[in-house]
Design a protein around this ligand. Structure first.
Ligand code: NAP
Length: 299
């Protein structure tokens, strides 16, 4: 048993996957959950997601040894404000948010001295949301990045064991580095997918349903990513602004270079570029981080 009592605040895709993962691993005693809407709380009760579903966030965290914030990035600070006074001294606080710097800035002002905060981010997810969308295998062989605050070594070690029990590989990094890397690997690609689907939608008005009927696999992958939760992704872009804009600037420069190569018929440039990117794809497969297509966009 790694933790006796765990509280999940927010009962969506990631929290429900964690609940199933904890049950599969048998690594915790009891799981208490809380979601802001009565509807989600009722669904969680109906499907038996947790041992207990509380009616307030503060009630859910009472006695918890581990509290996991599983709400959209922009809601982390306000939720922390609600639970701060109810948390047990000696408890560990973590989160699963896709951005780290802004969450630390929002949570830290409310953090009790007696609580260890170890921010986290499982690089796993699908385009689905809500308490019925989770599954225990979501974190298997995926990375979970932790960005611990100073003085939380023992809590970090325990949380590492917890994520490993859920099937994940655990990495430790600093919040700035996390946000830059994720801007490259996740945030900018999502924005590009949203844009491409938006462009096709505009075109679709001209060509009627051709865009849908003749969707090739590349476009279908984009539509799946672009179906991701609007609230979650709005918050990601608003809170990882600098890193995302930096990567989009570089992306635009590369796009112009490819545009010029196409216009001038520079096949050597295009071939060399695509050869380089193909090698990156092979590296990802060799690292076991994409066994099949549906993994793309899972973070
Ligand atoms: P989700 O399925 O949409 O669930 C979100 C949960 O947060 C719901 O229980 C929702 O409550 C609650 N919530 C929403 N807005 C809130 C607010 N303003 N105040 C309090 N609670 C609120 O989301 P998710 O995919 O699990 O994402 C949760 C976190 O995980 C996010 O921070 C996201 O960045 C991160 N993450 C997501 C993925 C992914 O691919 N999905 C991957 C890695 C990390 P109601 O149901 O009652 O509305």
């Amino acid at each position: 048993m790694i933790y006796e009592k765990v509280a999940l605040i927010g009962l969506g895709h990631i929290a429900s996957s964690m609940a199933h993962g904890m049950r599969r691993a048998g690594c915790v005693g009891t799981i208490t959950g809380f979601a802001r809407s009565a509807e989600t709380r009722q669904t969680a009760r109906d499907i038996g997601l947790c041992d207990r579903v509380a009616d307030s966030a503060a009630d859910a965290v009472l006695d918890a040894d581990l509290v996991v914030l599983c709400v959209p990035v922009g809601a982390m600070g306000p939720v922390m404000e609600q639970i701060a006074g109810a948390m047990k001294p000696g408890a560990t606080l973590t989160d699963v948010g896709s951005v780290k710097r802004s969450i630390i800035a929002a949570v830290e002002p409310h953090l009790p001295d007696t609580v260890d905060f170890v921010p986290g981010h499982p690089l796993a997810g699908t385009e689905h949301s809500g308490p019925t969308s989770g599954f225990a295998e979501l974190f298997d062989n995926r990375w979970c990045l932790l960005t611990p605050l100073p003085g939380t070594e023992a809590a970090t070690e325990k949380l590492t064991k917890f994520w490993e029990a859920l099937g994940a590989n655990v990495g430790v990094t600093d919040p700035e580095h996390h946000d830059l890397v994720l801007a490259v690997t996740s945030h900018a690609p999502h924005l590009i997918a949203y844009t491409m689907v938006g462009v096709a939608d505009d075109l679709g008005r001209v060509t009627e349903s051709e865009v849908i009927n003749y969707s090739a696999t590349g476009f279908r992958d984009f539509t799946r990513i672009a179906a991701s939760d609007p609230t979650m992704w709005r918050d990601v872009f608003l809170t990882n602004k600098d890193a995302t804009l930096e990567i989009l600037g570089r992306f635009t420069e590369e796009l112009f270079a490819l545009q010029r190569a196409i216009r001038t018929g520079d096949g050597d440039h295009l071939h060399a570029y695509f050869t380089r990117t193909r090698a990156i794809r092979r590296g990802i497969i060799d690292a076991g981080q994409d066994t099949d297509a549906p993994n793309f966009g899972r973070d």
